[in-house]
Design a protein around this ligand. Structure first.
Ligand SMILES: Cc1cc2nc3c(=O)[nH]c(=O)nc-3n(C[C@H](O)[C@H](O)[C@H](O)COP(=O)(O)O)c2cc1C
Length: 214
């Protein structure tokens, strides 16, 4: 079947003004919790697209895992020297998109990006499985490498360098980014492409909200 013929109806539960918390971050947390309850066995509900742009404004996007969410913003962890890390240094803004196809829901968040404190990074890194920690040391993320064998050889070398699973430090070029939302949009798919959309925009200490056309 051709792509042009692929089509589904989005029969999501209606999303009305009465359903919404006035604080969009609380609302996002609710949706993440609901997605987790319904979909955790089927998919990684905290997977999100992370869009950045370079100094010339050229965008790039990739998936990352949402690892923390509170009033300060949404956090993901990565190699700070990766392409995304370099782009955020040049142009400290990002846009995020979470999507849960089975419940016809999408969340978009955008805003300035700040680095997560080293205390928070160390606390998160400490909880990773030992070989994921070694993997973070092994990879100069986004740099070219000759072949698979080269990265496996580096991993073996790191096994010798850090033999004790409980004593693997955080690489200095590994860390977290927090997107501090200035815009949050919730999208609920509905039949006939008449979706429910609400956009919050930060205004001073609070938020304003509008309903958007589908
Ligand atoms: C579901 C999923 C989750 C991912 N989570 C992360 C993550 O949390 N951090 C990360 O650095 N890369 C993650 N990746 C890999 C990134 O998509 C990407 O390949 C990598 O970060 C390099 O991106 P960059 O070259 O644009 O910096 C994930 C990939 C997928 C498919």
């Amino acid at each position: 079947m051709g792509l042009a013929d692929m089509r589904r109806s989005y029969d999501g539960t209606p999303l009305t003004e009465a359903d919404l918390h006035e604080d969009p971050i609380v609302q996002v947390a609710r949706w993440v919790a609901e997605a987790h309850d319904e979909l955790k066995d089927a998919t990684e509900v905290n997977a999100m697209a992370v869009a950045t742009a370079d100094a010339r404004g050229r965008p790039s996007v990739r998936m990352a895992l949402l690892k923390d969410l509170d009033e300060r913003g949404l956090v993901f962890y990565t190699n700070l020297d990766s392409r995304k890390g370099r782009e955020i240094r040049e142009n400290p803004y990002a846009s995020l998109c979470l999507h849960w196809q089975p419940v016809y829901r999408q969340i978009r968040v955008s805003g300035p990006v700040v680095e997560v404190s080293r205390e928070e990074v160390d606390a998160y890194f400490a909880g990773r499985p030992p070989d994921s920690k070694r993997g973070a040391w092994a990879s100069e993320q986004s740099a070219p490498i000759a072949d698979r064998a080269a990265i496996e050889a580096r991993m073996e070398e790191l096994g010798r360098r850090f033999p004790d699973d409980d004593a693997i430090p955080t690489p200095t070029n590994w860390g977290g980014f927090r997107v501090e939302p200035d815009e949050i949009e919730l999208w609920q798919g509905r039949p006939d492409r008449l979706h429910d959309r609400f956009l919050w925009t930060r205004e001073g200490d609070g938020w304003t909200r509008v309903r958007l056309q589908p």
